[in-house]
Design a protein. Structure first.
Length: 306
């Protein structure tokens, strides 16, 4: 059976077709049309082209940067705003003549890593995306857990746990609430925190950082401001993940997104997690993803079980 996954992003749409062994047999990426009907047509054309190439029909799963409301059946919270307010799965199903499954892209990431990625074989997997923003998804026994409200895994929009007085009421999230986890542990939050510390160091004349990789280069060089920012970052990440462990106690946590490529994070987390998790014991593995930027599209394909 061929399983096709679609990653619907704001700038690109990518299709991957997997065979029963999970091997990619087709991959294609195109620019995303900036309108709803154009997006529908683009996805249909990608599926038809893949099936023509393979000579057989397959299942279709789609990962989106939002969710389908379990109440209205319409897409909501998508930063690809032109798909909001539409029954995307229904319309694609009508155009393709089959059921189409749609899930949040972070849930697709978690599912991919749970099925045959870095957490393969684990029953409960929490998948974290820490890049420009901060998202997460939950996979249980090889299936997405979206929850009754369709927001399972939206941990980035809870307050940063165990805030210090210096942290309290210092950030404002796009969701409208203060001090969300996203504003501290996303790559954007890391850069913001470093640049704010840099601006307070009047004796240091340096251009503000534009990326986490710039800051990590300074860390590698022993820069004190960068080192302190990284220490704050890892501690905040540990607090945020400890909150998840206290609540869900997953069998594995998989990190994705740009900040997941910072190798220095992984040896630091075990001791910090044990400090924050209730009972002061924690051996939950926190691992880097296996499939990188392909995890989301592969997870969309795995919305249809093996």
């Amino acid at each position: 059976m061929i399983r096709m996954g679609i990653d619907l992003g704001g700038t690109k749409i990518e299709l991957v077709a997997l065979n029963n062994e999970g091997n990619e047999v087709v991959r294609k990426r195109i620019n995303t049309p900036r309108d709803y009907q154009g997006t529908l047509n683009a996805i249909v054309d990608l599926v038809n082209e893949a099936e023509s190439t393979l000579g057989e029909k397959g299942s279709v799963g789609v990962g989106i940067p939002g969710v389908i409301s379990p109440y209205s059946g319409l897409v909501k919270n998508a930063n690809s705003t032109w798909i909001n307010g539409h029954p995307l799965d229904v319309h694609l199903g009508e155009l393709l003549g089959r059921e189409v499954r749609v899930a949040n892209d972070a849930n697709c990431f978690a599912l991919s890593e749970a099925v045959d990625g870095a957490a393969a074989g684990k029953s409960v997997v929490f998948g974290v995306i820490i890049g420009t923003g901060c998202g997460a998804g939950v996979a249980i026994n090889g299936k997405v857990h979206a929850g009754g409200n369709g927001i399972g895994g939206e941990w980035g929009h809870n307050p940063l746990p165990w805030m210090t007085k210096e942290e309290f009421n210092t950030t404002r999230c796009f969701c409208g609430n203060p001090d969300c986890i996203e504003t501290f542990i996303s790559g954007t939050g890391f850069v913001r925190d470093y640049n704010e510390a840099l601006s307070r160091a009047a004796s240091v004349q340096r251009v503000p950082a534009k990326s986490g990789s710039e800051i990590m280069s300074l860390v590698d060089g022993g820069d004190e401001i960068a080192l302190a920012a990284f220490e704050r970052y890892v501690d905040r990440l540990a607090r945020s993940l400890a909150h998840v462990i206290n609540l869900l106690d997953p069998d594995a946590i998989v990190l994705g997104g740009g900040m997941s490529n910072v190798e220095a994070i992984y040896p630091r987390l075990p001791a910090l997690l044990s400090h924050y998790v209730v009972g002061r014991e924690c051996r939950t593995p926190v691992v880097q993803n296996l499939y990188g930027c392909s995890s989301g599209v592969r997870g969309a394909a795995w919305l249809w079980e093996k």
